[in-house]
Design a protein around this ligand. Structure first.
Ligand SMILES: [Fe+2]
Length: 212
């Protein structure tokens, strides 16, 4: 019977269980800890490479992995899930919110569609159901989280809001004109870099940095 934590550790060493974590610490590989998310934007930040590694480690559902690892993985799948600032009328954006879209066509990425849920055939729909934003600084900094419990209309208890690029119908063109109005933490200023951590209901979590 194991009496103490020390005895427990010794027993694991004896059984070889600790070998794997020791190896993973040596390689410091993202594959072994996809929750190790950078606080600051790394010097040579490559959101495609980062999200592909993190996705294969568990942040992206297994059913989508062949797509992100396939020949169109960058433009049509990984790139499609990276955020950019939507150039909409600033009067449509509440204070302490930023307008986000996913899949920047200026980078050759496919724009992210959005789709209604359909309870009659168990289809959960397709949209970003949460967005977490913090200043990309090494010290502690508040995270603002916006929820989107439905599309194309949020529920009153959600902090997130929607707008439309081009001010047309939000459901037109498979929902690609949807703008996510996402809450920002306090004291965000022009020139700040933000870390955007967001979750597509269907395709998993993605992380990127945006400088305002
Ligand atoms: Fe998606």
């Amino acid at each position: 019977m194991i009496q103490t934590r020390r005895e427990f550790i010794f027993q694991m060493i004896g059984s070889g269980i600790l070998v794997f974590p020791m190896l993973s610490a040596c390689t410091s590989s993202l594959e072994n800890d996809y929750n190790r998310i950078p606080l600051e934007k790394p010097d040579k930040w490559d959101p495609i490479a980062y999200n592909r590694i993190r996705g294969n480690a568990g942040a992206i559902p297994p059913a989508y992995l062949p797509d992100i690892n396939g020949p169109d993985g960058v433009t049509k799948h990984l790139g499609k899930h990276l955020p950019y600032i939507a150039m909409i009328d600033p009067s449509l954006v509440p204070d302490r919110y930023i307008p986000l879209m996913w899949g920047d066509p200026a980078k050759g990425h496919t724009r992210h569609p959005n789709a209604l849920p359909d309870t009659s055939n168990n289809y959960q729909g397709h949209w970003y159901n949460w967005i977490r934003i913090r200043k990309a600084v090494s010290r502690w900094s508040e995270t603002a989280e916006s929820a989107y419990s439905n599309w194309p209309v949020v529920n009153p208890s959600d902090r997130g809001l929607y707008s439309v690029y081009g001010e047309g119908d939000i459901m037109a063109d498979k929902g690609i004109n949807t703008v996510y109005l996402a809450a920002c933490p306090p004291n965000v200023r022009q020139g700040d870099t933000l870390r955007i951590w967001a979750h597509c209901l269907t395709h998993g979590e993605y992380i990127d940095f945006i400088t305002l």
